[in-house]
Design a protein around this ligand. Structure first.
Ligand code: ZN
Length: 439
C-alpha cells in the first residue's frame, strides 16, 4: 500500500518550494476530522499520534464544509493555520491534508489557496439526464458493462443489459461530467497532482449499488479525473452524531462489494491505485466500524473516514465536565439550541431524527450537574442517561456557540485541558481503535 515517506507537509518547505517535494497521494488510512472553531487541531492530531504508537498510520484530514464556514462565519485559511500550528507543535512527520468539503464551482473560491484536498459535490446533479449524445457515446465506449459483468471478489456476476446501463448513465453521467468540469478548474488553478480529488455522492436520496458505482467510476475515468476517494451513499441512515440505523449485514455486504468494484475499476480503467472509499459518517457510526475493519483487513484496502462533528460535541462535553462557567456555557448553548430548534435543524432535516418529546426543557437542564449533562450528551449507548435527541440537537447547534463569539472561544481556552482530553480520547478510543486497529 501507499507510503509517502516524502509526503511530509512541512509548512516552511511548502513556502520555499510549493508543490514540488510534496507527495499528494492520500495514504491507506485517513481520518476526516472537523474542527468547527479551529481550537482542537492539536487534540485531534494527538489521537493520530496514539494510533502511530500502536503501529498504524492514520493521516489526519481537516475537513470543513462551506456550509459550516458560512454558519460560523469562519474562513478556510483559519483551518489551515490551526492545522499547520498543530503539526508544528506536535512535530507530526507524516502527511496531513485540508479538505474543502462538499464544494462546487460557486463555493470553491476561498478554499483554493488553503486546501489540498477537494471534495467535489455533484449530488445535486444526480438524476438530471445527461445529453443523449454523451449517453450514447458512453454506451459505445463501455461494451464491457453490458451483459455478464464479473467483478473479482463478488461471487455472482452482475447481469446488465443496454437499457439498464443507459438508465444508470442517465442518472449519473451529468453529475460526473460536472465533477470533470470542477476538477479541471481546480487543476488549472492549483496544478494537477497538487491536491487530492474526492467525488461525493452521499447527500442524495438513494444509495448507489456496487454495479452503479462501477458505472460511475467508468465515467469518472472517461473524464480523466484522478480521484483518490469516492463517497457513495450507503444503505441505511447516517444521522448526525448518532449511531447507524439500518441492516448491518446488508451494509457489510455492500461495503465489500464496493471495495471489489473499486479494485476492478482501478485495474480496468486505470484510475489511481490508491483510490478508496470515503465514508461520510455524519459522526459516530460505531456499529458499522467492525464491518469496515474486517473488510479492510481482508482485502488490504484503505478507507477515508469522515467523522467531523464529533469533536464539536466533545468541546461541549469538556465544558460541561469542567463545571462552573464551563458548565454554564454548555447549558446556555442547549437553552438557545432548544429555543431555535426549528431553524437549526432545518438544513439537516434529512439527516436527523430528533424526538422532541425526549428533549429536556432548558429549565431542567439548567439544574443539571456536570455529570448529568455529560452523561446525556456523551455517545455511550450503554448508559441509560444517554439521550440521542439531546445529542442530535446539540450536534446541529454549533451556530449557537458561534453567536456567543469571544465568550465561547474564551471558555475553550480556559478549559483547554479537559476539552483536549475528551477530544483525543473520543477520536482514539471510539473511532481509531475500532476502525483501524480492530479493537
Ligand atoms: Zn458528506
Amino acid at each position: 500500500m501507499l507510503k509517502s515517506s516524502s509526503g511530509v507537509h512541512d509548512p516552511a518547505a511548502m513556502e520555499a518550494q510549493p508543490h514540488v517535494s510534496i507527495n499528494f497521494d492520500l495514504p491507506r488510512f485517513s481520518l476526516g476530522v472537523g474542527d468547527r472553531f479551529a481550537h482542537q487541531a492539536a487534540a485531534q492530531l494527538a489521537a493520530c499520534q496514539l494510533a502511530l504508537e500502536q503501529g498504524v498510520e492514520v493521516i489526519p484530514v481537516w475537513n470543513k464544509s462551506n456550509r459550516e464556514h458560512t454558519i460560523i462565519g469562519s474562513d478556510p485559511s483559519q483551518t489551515r493555520a490551526a492545522a499547520d500550528a498543530a503539526v508544528r507543535d506536535l512535530a507530526w512527520q507524516l502527511p496531513y491534508f485540508l479538505d474543502a468539503d462538499h464544494i462546487n464551482l460557486k463555493t470553491v473560491g476561498r478554499f483554493l489557496a488553503p486546501c489540498d484536498f477537494f471534495t467535489i459535490d455533484v449530488a445535486d446533479l444526480i438524476g438530471q439526464p445527461a445529453s443523449p449524445a454523451s449517453v450514447d457515446s458512453f454506451l459505445g465506449r463501455h461494451a464491457e458493462l453490458i451483459g455478464d459483468v464479473r467483478i473479482p471478489g463478488i461471487e455472482q456476476p452482475f447481469r446488465t443489459d443496454a437499457e439498464q446501463v443507459r438508465r444508470v448513465a442517465n442518472t449519473f453521467l451529468a453529475a460526473v461530467e460536472e465533477a470533470g468540469t470542477i476538477y479541471r478548474a481546480l487543476a488549472e488553478r492549483k496544478g494537477a497532482g497538487s491536491f487530492v480529488p474526492e467525488i461525493s455522492m452521499d447527500e442524495t436520496d438513494r444509495p448507489q449499488t456496487p454495479i452503479e458505482l462501477l458505472i460511475i467510476l467508468a465515467a469518472v475515468a472517461d473524464e480523466k479525473i484522478p480521484i483518490q476517494t469516492i463517497a457513495p451513499k450507503f444503505t441505511g441512515r447516517f444521522n448526525k452524531g448518532v449511531d447507524y440505523v439500518g441492516d448491518l449485514t446488508q451494509f457489510a455486504r455492500e461495503f465489500e462489494e464496493d471495495l471489489a468494484a473499486i479494485a476492478f475499476a482501478v485495474q480496468t480503467y486505470g484510475l489511481p491505485a490508491n483510490l478508496k472509499l470515503s465514508v461520510h459518517s455524519g459522526s459516530d457510526k460505531f456499529s458499522i466500524y467492525p464491518a469496515i475493519y474486517r473488510a479492510l483487513t481482508r482485502t488490504g484496502t484503505g478507507v477515508h473516514l469522515k467523522t467531523a462533528g464529533t469533536t464539536w460535541l466533545e468541546e461541549v462535553i469538556g465544558l460541561a465536565e469542567a463545571g462552573w462557567d464551563g458548565l454554564a456555557v454548555a447549558k446556555e448553548i442547549y437553552a438557545e439550541a432548544f429555543a431555535h430548534a426549528a431553524d437549526l435543524t432545518k438544513p439537516y432535516a434529512t439527516v436527523i431524527d430528533i424526538d422532541s418529546a425526549q428533549l429536556p426543557s432548558p429549565v431542567l437542564v439548567n439544574a443539571w450537574s456536570s455529570d448529568q449533562y455529560t452523561r446525556a450528551l456523551r455517545h455511550n449507548q450503554s448508559d441509560p442517561a444517554y439521550n440521542p435527541s439531546f445529542r442530535q440537537l446539540l450536534h446541529v447547534g454549533f451556530k449557537v456557540a458561534a453567536t456567543l463569539g469571544d465568550r465561547y472561544l474564551r471558555a475553550l481556552e480556559t478549559h483547554r485541558a479537559v476539552i483536549a482530553k475528551n477530544v483525543t480520547t473520543n477520536l482514539f478510543e471510539r473511532h481509531i481503535r475500532p476502525v483501524f486497529l480492530g479493537q
